[in-house]
Ligand binder design. Structure first.
Ligand code: 5AD
Length: 441
């Protein structure tokens, strides 16, 4: 058996914020076992591809990246994990060079399984029945790298079963991390220098349901704000029907709680929402958005929209466009409906042809841009705090305000600082700002 000296591992992550968090955690796990993490394009001893299957593009890109890893080093051990690995292990197994398939559970055992593979040199598929999963698997993330924003995963699984969605089959039942454990991890991240914490989950709004009838996301957020010194707390995607008054009050009253909500609407037509098995109407949604804006005037509200769901006619789509425009989202992710095997909608009649989906997606994306520009223009001349996050390739720095305006700065600033910035002008996808130096205002 080969014992590797100074072994290296490289990661590639597809898809959502939960996957990004999990890859970070896996990085920490490998490091704790003596591995060094190298770039995915470099020659590594082990490659881990953390896959996505939310659409067929997720599948395709996942397969591409697996093949790229095999190409980068044909001798390497290729580990495929995540949602595509969980739902389609047989398809993954067929790809030449794959050595180890681990679904969305038992990831804490990944290094151990790599060692086992080294001994036996036989491909291993480690994908269990996800519907039997009961515990929230805690994977502490790497605290040694000083980064600006950290994703903290507090919830796993989804039992909503929207008719288009494969994720409940990839992630299994609802499982929440305990408040104590989340706070412990959050405090470690604060100590490591992170300024912003983003709470993530597969169905974040369902946080706590499996823990106790009395615990929900608002409780978790309140405790994190009280018991940690994190400067900014942000939420990732939340379902409209799970946004409580308590949560909104907390956000309205606490300046450390970022005024930003990502609320997936999916469609702006009531018939389509019903076919999707979404638990609200456009009237409910409108009412909620009005309430939120009344309470928190500067909030940035972003959303996910799907176009080309089976049965979506031109009239439905026109309704969807009009409703999305009315909602004034400051950002939008647009998805073309992708039939997922095993989901009800994949067998619905009146599937929409690809060119129609394409056209609708373009029209929706135009609206997305307009929504951003309208929102951003309200802030020209105003001063907002920006967390400096990444170097901008053309020079300068990029960061976000608490209400999720993407800001570009040209002054010399330090990564990880929160600085006051006056918004100067609006581009298509970001705004330009100038640093307000101490004593100048
Ligand atoms: N086709 C296209 N988009 C989908 N999404 C989920 N399932 C599908 C599908 N089958 C989108 C939804 C969700 C986002 C994460 O992915 O808009 O909010």
């Amino acid at each position: 058996m080969n014992i590797l000296v100074n072994p290296t591992v490289a990661f590639y992550t597809l898809g959502c914020k939960v996957n990004q968090n999990e890859t970070e955690a896996l990085g920490a796990l490998f490091k704790n076992h003596g591995y060094s993490v190298v770039d995915f394009n470099e020659k590594a001893d082990v490659y881990v591809i953390n896959t996505c299957t939310v659409t067929h593009l997720g599948d395709r890109k996942s397969r591409q990246m697996i093949r790229r890893a095999v190409n980068n080093n044909p001798e390497a051990i290729i580990v495929v994990t995540g949602c595509y690995a969980q739902t389609s292990p047989e398809d993954v197994k067929k790809i030449y060079g794959v050595d180890l398939i681990i679904g969305t559970r038992d990831r804490a055992r990944m290094v151990e399984l790599v060692e086992e593979y080294k001994k036996g040199q036989e491909p291993i598929t480690f994908v269990g029945d996800i519907f039997q999963a009961r515990d929230f698997e805690e994977l502490p993330i790497d605290r040694l790298i000083n980064r600006t924003r950290a994703y903290l995963k507090v919830q796993e699984g989804c039992q909503q079963f929207c008719t288009y969605c494969i994720i409940p089959y990839a992630r299994g039942p609802l499982r929440s991390r305990s408040i104590e454990s989340a706070i412990k991890e959050a405090n470690k991240l604060v100590e490591a220098g992170f300024k912003e914490l983003i709470l993530t989950g597969i169905h974040l709004g369902a946080y706590g349901k499996d823990l106790s009838e009395n615990i929900d996301l608002a409780d978790l957020c309140r405790e994190i704000l009280e018991k940690t010194k994190i400067e900014r707390l942000r939420l990732s995607s939340l379902e409209s029907v799970e946004i409580s008054d308590e949560l909104l009050n907390l956000m309205a009253d606490n300046p450390r709680f970022c005024r930003h909500l990502h609320i997936p609407l999916q469609n702006g037509d009531d018939e389509i929402l019903k076919l999707m098995n979404r638990p609200y109407t456009t009237a409910d949604f409108r009412h909620l958005i009005q309430k939120i804006r009344n309470k928190i005037p500067d909030i940035g509200i972003t959303s996910d929209i799907m176009v080309g769901f089976p049965g979506e006619t031109d009239t439905h789509f026109a309704n969807s466009l009009a409703f999305v425009e009315e909602m004034g989202f400051s950002g939008l992710h647009v998805f073309k409906y992708s039939p997922r095997k095993g989901t009800p909608a994949s067998k619905f009649p009146n599937q929409v042809p690809a060119p129609v989906k394409e056209k609708r997606s373009k029209a929706m994306l135009k609206l997305a841009e307009q929504g951003f520009v309208n929102f951003a223009q309200k802030y020209v001349g105003k001063t907002l705090d920006v967390l400096v996050e990444t170097e901008w390739p053309q020079g300068g720095w990029e960061g976000h305000t608490d209400n999720y305006l993407r800001v570009i700065l040209t002054e010399e600033v330090n990564k990880g600082e929160i600085v006051p910035v006056r918004i100067k002008s609006v581009e298509k996808k970001y705004v330009r700002g100038e640093l307000i130096k101490a004593g100048t205002e």
